[in-house]
Design a protein around this ligand. Structure first.
Ligand code: DAT
Ligand code: MG
Length: 150
């Protein structure tokens, strides 16, 4: 993992429930660097691409319907081990087994309303970043990095 990039998406329920700031805050406070951010409402075809590996699952149609029910907030975070670390911040797929202190553990109940997406590996993250940010991401230095990384 080491220096990598992570695709995070506040799902329609997270946006509706006013949890965008809360989710951004957790990644910001941790020390990760925000390199892309947008509110967007893509159609069915785009979300079917995003969740292509789940298209045989019985919950797939419901998942796509939910994901197209309102705008999402798409973002890219960069940092050391950001994929592994991001999955920890997010919690388990099922909020029921997500520890308190995690995003899903603190703010969600149902698996089909788990408020936030996070890439599960470095390769899928890069694939998702290309899908959601074809325009590219920002590149900038942060003076504070010297106080986050040894
Ligand atoms: P994650 O979002 O933790 O990476 P995933 O990639 O396996 O989990 O699934 C994507 C989303 O699909 C997940 O956030 C919620 C939904 N989902 C997964 N398993 C499900 C299930 N058994 N029933 C209903 N929805 C499910
Ligand atoms: Mg996944």
């Amino acid at each position: 993992d080491v220096l990598s990039r992570l695709y995070i998406m506040v799902k329609p329920d997270g946006v509706q429930r006013g949890l965008v700031g809360e989710i951004i805050k957790r990644f910001e406070s941790k020390g990760f660097k925000l390199i892309a951010l947008k509110l967007t409402a893509p159609g069915k075809a785009h979300l079917e691409k995003h969740y292509a590996d789940l298209k045989e699952k019985k919950f797939f149609p419901g998942l796509i319907e939910y994901m197209t029910s309102g705008p999402v907030v798409a973002m890219v975070w960069a940092g050391k081990n950001v994929v592994k670390s991001g999955r920890v911040l997010l919690g388990e797929t099922n909020p029921l087994t997500s520890a308190p202190g995690t995003i899903r553990g603190d703010f969600a109940i149902d698996i089909g309303r788990n408020i936030c997406h996070g890439s599960d590996a470095v390769e899928s993250a890069e694939h998702e970043i290309a899908l959601w940010f074809p325009e590219g991401v920002a590149q900038y230095d942060r003076a504070v990095d010297a106080w986050i990384y040894e």
